[in-house]
Ligand binder design. Sequence first.
Ligand SMILES: NC(=O)c1ccc[n+]([C@@H]2O[C@H](COP(=O)([O-])OP(=O)(O)OC[C@H]3O[C@@H](n4cnc5c(N)ncnc54)[C@H](O)[C@@H]3O)[C@@H](O)[C@H]2O)c1
Length: 312
Amino acid sequence: MEKTIAVVGAGLIGRAWAMVFARAGWRVRLTDHAASQLDAARAFMAASLEEQAAFGLTADPADALSRIDCVPDLEAAVAKAAWVQENLPETEAVKREVFAALDRCAAPDAVLASSTSAIPASRFTEGLPGRARCLVAHPVNPPLLVPIVELCGPPWTAPAAIARALAVYAEVGQVPIVVRRELDGFILNRLQGALLSEAMRLVGEGYVSPDDLDKTIRDGLGLRWAFLGPFATIELNAPGGVVDYCARYSDFFRRLAADPPRPDVWEGVNAARVGEALGPLLSQDEREARTRWRDRRLMALIAHKRQQPDFK
Ligand SMILES: NC(=O)c1ccc[n+]([C@@H]2O[C@H](COP(=O)([O-])OP(=O)(O)OC[C@H]3O[C@@H](n4cnc5c(N)ncnc54)[C@H](O)[C@@H]3O)[C@@H](O)[C@H]2O)c1
């Protein structure tokens, strides 16, 4: 039987989720309170699915698009959906209000997932009768090309809801991981934050130019990280694996950890330095062209990764 998802919010993230599920054969009901957003999403999805087909990421773009219905009314969109993915603006009040509505309207066995980047679900689901079926499923932009999804529930989320989420996101081609306890920034943004704070310090203290710092990731660490996580990377960097690596190199990492970047690395002067090095602010057209270029490169990389068996 065809499965149905309600995707709530048709902005950047909602329209990407709609494509992820439609590509995988789900029926999608995409809803937004702004009719203009639904129109813009439909045009964007039509073009994006065609482009994805050119990279072999979806077999039949017209068929995928035909599975997506734009439904202006939230209640109608959510009724009978087996899964709900919420993608409204990132404020606690908005999340609290929409989750109360979703819990009232959704079928009793539907799971309610939020794409929130940083608001733990305990802050907007505590008082709901159906709070056991609520969780965060945090994607990375754009989820149709970057498959990681961080699953994180408050203490009252039913283990069965997390288990279903693991199965559903894997089935539609994503890579779900479980964040075992709620914490600020989940996992991905804590890792990104650690790297960016150090990058701001290195640039701020004049050790390296912003451009050379970008090269260090793009043509250095990032190349391996497309295939191996940081632990799997260091496993290969010493003959005796991770334990040997730590024995050889941890003195340096200990010194570094004892002297972390301070919050003031985020103050305007460093941001201005990086901004200046990146050149004049892109026009809207240039920004869109650069985003499309990024997405095409990601499509090629994802297509390549899908053809490679994992090394086990
Ligand atoms: N943009 C990112 O990089 C990114 C990455 C991961 C997670 N997220 C999270 O995803 C969520 C959505 O972010 P986005 O970037 O797609 O935002 P966005 O501003 O692009 O989209 C939000 C959409 O919600 C609609 N909306 C607002 N209030 C509404 C309401 N009451 N009812 C129906 N529709 C309503 C708006 O019209 C808009 O289309 C946020 O929680 C954000 O933190 C964003």
